[in-house]
Write a protein that binds this ligand. Sequence first.
Ligand SMILES: Cc1ncc(COP(=O)(O)O)c(C=O)c1O
Length: 403
Amino acid sequence: MEKMTSDFKSHFPIFKKYPELIYLDNAATTQRPDGVIRAIHDFYTYENANIHRGVYDLSNKATSKFELIRGKVAEFLDSDNANTIAFTQGTTESMNIVARSFLPKMAKKGDNIITTLMEHHANFIPWQMYAQELGLELRVVPVDKNGDLKLDELSLLIDHKTRLLAVNHISNTLGTVNDIEKIIEIAHEKNVPVSIDAAQSASFYEISSKKLDYDFLSFSGHKLFGPFGIGILYVAPKYHEYITPYNYGGGIIKDVLVDKTTFTNYPYNLDAGTPNVEGVIGLGAALEFLGLWDKQIARNYLHNLIQYAEETLLSIPGVSVLGRPRQRSSILSFTVDQVHPHDVASFLNSDHIAVRAGMHCTQPLLDSMQTPSTVRMSATLYNTKEEIDRLREAIVELIKFWS
Ligand SMILES: Cc1ncc(COP(=O)(O)O)c(C=O)c1O
């Protein structure tokens, strides 16, 4: 596995330029491998044309590549139907599409929707806003002191007026890996559709649409080694008719008459205007890159690494780790007594260690844990135990400096 990790890192040019960099902010965005950078470079250099419009070779080629990648994303989610996949700007936009397009058709005043206390704001505010607009009740599954969802309460919150359950697979603050298989089962028993925020899990976790049977799923390219500004929305075929255009313009129409326009169906009806062709090309290369690594081996490696990080951090007097979930991904939040998380992050930066400080877009979660902000480290396959040792040394140094 060590060999695999060093192989992994060698794909990332940024570490050749900055060999001293310890990049532990992968939950915010991952670094990009050369295959992704090259794919975007080659597209602009040799293949550039707009898609779905021209009849000439370059445009046909670009269109074929774009649509081929839609199929690759479907394969990545174990879906036989490329038309389950829409390209979006990212996880945030995908979930907003579900809120804006699906909810008003499915829910009426007095109904309820459910989310959880551990969501990223992107999977909380859209439901809160549309619940207010549509007169729906927003129910929130609580989190226990370990940072696990209280699933027994979920069963009590779902009733015959529940129209949607929105939940993340992995918490971007605590690293909690939610048992989405069980959550989906609980919701489906009561015929409630489920929307999964897979922003933090899509790279190495099991997100097969066949096995998990979710109804909606969203992720962003930039958190799985692909470009910024591109993401996907998966919609189960039975809900395609509920996803109608929210942006109007060219590229999504069947017929435009002076007094009436008719539109194509999902997923093409979300592509008003020129889509992010470069983003899709880069996403395709990112999925190809991900395909090189065995997911189970990757998860084992990350699990060992985060356990090592947790033990290492807890061995430093004055350091606390937030939550102790049953299963933790490679994300971990911690605090250092008497030192503000922003000061910790700035100090670590002077040692070339990149971590995130703040509330990580999860204010309801941190409020419930009475913690205004944390330092977050989030690892991926280019991170190592030696880097965690360096993190430890830097924190010990910081505590000496501060006392
Ligand atoms: C769990 C989770 N959901 C949603 C998002 C939003 O992703 P994006 O900013 O790519 O839309 C993030 C980003 O950090 C996240 O961690």
